[in-house]
Design a protein around this ligand. Structure first.
Ligand code: IMP
Length: 423
């Protein structure tokens, strides 16, 4: 049985959580493959809004087993809070949520290091969510990290101590003002590790291999977005993992030839949270309207998201890098009421017109070139069928499909599970 992937194509916050939740009915297994609690996957159903950070978005469905893969970094403290929030749903967590022994742990000192590193960068700061993501992946690739499976070993606290001591020396080296009480943080951490250890740990690559052999269907769930990918994103303003399709292979141990459909999620416009280039960013009332109507505030940090027109150059790049086979357009409803919509179809770059993403997309290098399309006024939020969509929205969708050469199969018209139109 093949594995399907679901990924964000922009700078994150595309609405992956909602779509995984919608698609889960079709899958036996939902597996998160990268990132950590920097993610905030929002799901709404039955009048309840729920934000998940580490736990896969299939957790609310009875039919699916959820796996936190080896490519994910887990903060036991945040994980425990997520579990506490799920208590009222009576989910059998021990059998529905399985954790890879090879996933790395975010230690309290990783979070402190993140804060110290950002403070030391001053104006050049990444705008990190300060969840310790960068330092944890640095320890992973530096071969110093502590993995979930290590907590089953007798000497793991010694390993922890050695690494935490090293981190403290590094924090001092930064010479910035980071206040903390490590004893207090550690008490909370070790308490949370106990809870983590009460869950089921697995060798997830073997589990997924056997699951495929026995015909189980698997959906790999990405976090963040393609433009935040450590290799293909707007480096250095990126996260520290591979958010693109290849990340599912390394983050789950799934071979590339087993991947079938790649679902690419994008917003009908663009948002970005944190620092970094954003060619189509708006600083006017249109951008303000998108932010207000779209409620563009980070699900993890509450930060205001920067808003702008859809950037087809960047989107096409993400479609290419990921091999997207089906697109899903989110938040079309937010664009209702704009008289004219702009879509960036090329960049002016060093005096030339280009249609690909160059090495450097800082403002001084790149100026967006726009096509204009007529807007629509209809409120989409109550629509349930493709036939109800306004003509100008259909034109907008067809314009994008032609440029991207991939069909848009889902149009989301609101945050609720039910506000999802299949085409
Ligand atoms: P970090 O991954 O917390 O180190 O943050 C690095 C950059 O990625 C910052 O610009 C963050 O705002 C951004 N980022 C990280 N996770 C997310 C996400 O889930 N959605 C949107 N942006 C994110």
């Amino acid at each position: 049985m093949a594995v399907d992937l679901l990924l964000g194509l922009q700078w994150g916050d595309e609405g992956k959580g909602k779509i995984v939740d919608v698609l889960t009915a079709n899958y036996d297994i939902i597996a998160r493959f990268q990132g950590g609690p920097n993610a905030g996957h929002t799901l709404e159903f039955d009048g309840i809004k729920h934000v998940l950070h580490t736990i896969p978005s299939g957790i609310f469905h009875d039919n699916a087993v959820n796996i936190v893969g080896n490519g994910v970094v887990i903060d036991p403290v945040i994980f425990k809070k997520e579990l506490d929030n799920l208590e009222k749903f009576n989910i059998d967590i021990k059998s529905k949520l399985l954790i890879s022994r090879k996933a790395h742990l975010i230690l309290p000192t990783h979070r402190l290091l993140d804060a110290a590193s950002e403070a030391a960068k001053g104006k050049a700061k990444i705008g990190s969510t300060l969840k310790g993501i960068g330092p944890t992946y640095m320890d992973k690739t530096g071969r110093n990290g502590i993995r979930v499976g290590d907590t089953e070993l007798a000497n793991w606290k010694e390993k922890y101590r050695a690494l935490a001591n090293k981190h403290e020396a590094m924090i001092n080296f930064y010479n910035v003002d980071v206040q903390y009480d490590l004893a207090e943080l550690e008490e909370e951490f070790f308490e949370a590790v106990k809870v983590l250890k009460s869950l089921t740990f697995i060798d997830s690559e073997e589990y997924l291999h056997q699951a495929q052999k026995s015909g189980k269907s698997i959906l790999a769930e990405g976090a963040q977005g393609s433009l935040l990918d450590i290799d293909f994103g707007t480096y250095p303003f990126v996260t520290s993992s591979n958010t693109t399709a290849a990340g599912a292979c390394t983050g789950l141990g799934v071979p590339p030839n087993k991947i079938k459909d790649v679902f690419g999620i994008f917003k009908a416009y663009t948002t970005r949270v944190g620092s970094g280039p954003f060619p189509t960013e708006l600083f006017d009332k249109d951008g303000e309207t998108m932010g207000r109507v779209g409620n563009e505030f980070g699900a993890t940090t509450g930060r205001k998201r920067r808003c702008g027109w859809l950037d087809l150059v960047a989107l096409k790049y993400a479609v290419q890098v990921n091999g997207v086979t089906q697109l899903m357009m989110m938040k079309g409803d937010v664009l209702s009421g704009f008289k004219t919509l702009k879509v960036c179809t090329a960049y002016e770059y060093k005096g030339e017109t280009i249609q690909h993403l160059p090495f450097n997309i800082e403002e001084e290098n790149v100026k967006p070139i726009y096509s204009e399309l007529p807007g629509w006024d209809e409120d989409l939020t109550g629509m349930t069928e493709a036939e109800q969509l306004p003509q100008n929205l259909i034109k907008y969708i067809e314009f994008l499909e032609e440029a991207l050469e991939v069909p848009i199969k889902i149009v989301s018209v609101g945050p609720d599970r039910t506000q999802t139109i299949h085409r």
